[in-house]
Design a protein around this ligand. Structure first.
Ligand code: SAM
Length: 207
């Protein structure tokens, strides 16, 4: 059974997140997209309304695939609209939450932006186990999320409470991301910290 339900807020998600979290949150999702090169196969998991799709499709050229796995039907509907007919054949949308990579060839880049914070720990374990089947030794994991921050603790609490009501958000805290990176052998290659480390965007590779 689905825990998170973003269908209800898909129509307003982008505007709402920009108002609450600001332009830096929006811009954080562009960081490391320049690592996507011609022909690369990209897997976006929990990408929401798909704002980064056009940029990915410019970067991975005419033949790179994009796999887009998203749990919310309404989010997926919005994401589909970002793809023009000339790119349709190389974009594969899946409404699913099992973290399934559908090809025998491996993903060059996996993107999870503001996804892990909405998953319970068991789902995060499942996420990292699923990645093992989808990656090659050079695959890059582009990650963005909120970290605990002393000056933001009230804001984090309020944000979590609001999302528990609106989307059935299943957590009461933020995950210990670094525990998972270490447990599954992902090493940070480069990192940006925004708002004093409240938002962290990392490019990770297998250690
Ligand atoms: C907080 S939103 C982030 C959306 C977008 N990545 C962004 O940066 O704004 C989390 C998204 O993850 C999706 N999601 C939650 N659990 C998922 C799962 N198990 N598999 C795929 N998507 C999931 C939700 O439907 C929602 O669209």
């Amino acid at each position: 059974m689905s825990t998170n339900n973003y269908d209800k807020i898909a129509f307003i998600y982008e505007k709402l997140s920009k108002v609450i979290l600001g332009k830096e949150f929006v811009r954080s999702k562009d960081l490391f997209l320049q690592n996507i090169l011609e022909d690369m196969d990209v897997w976006v998991i929990g990408g929401g309304t798909g704002a980064i799709i056009p940029e990915i499709l410019i970067k991975n050229g005419l033949t790179g695939k994009l796999v887009y796995s998203e749990a919310s039907q309404k989010m997926l509907q919005r994401a589909r609209k970002r793809v023009s007919s000339k790119d349709e054949d190389r974009v594969h949308f899946y409404r699913e939450e099992r973290f399934h990579w559908p090809f025998a060839s491996k993903a060059d880049i996996v993107i999870c932006q503001y996804l892990l914070d909405v998953l319970i720990d068991q789902q995060i374990h499942n996420f990292f186990k699923a990645l093992e089947k989808a990656i090659n030794p050079n695959t890059q994991l582009i990650f963005a999320d909120f970290y605990p921050h002393s000056r933001k603790s009230l804001f984090i609490k309020a944000m979590i409470s609001a999302f528990r009501c609106i989307t059935n958000h299943p957590r009461k805290d933020l995950p210990d991301y670094d525990f998972f990176f270490e447990r599954y052998g992902w090493k940070t290659q480069e990192e940006f910290q925004i708002q004093g480390g409240f938002i962290r965007v990392k490019c990770l590779v297998k250690a």
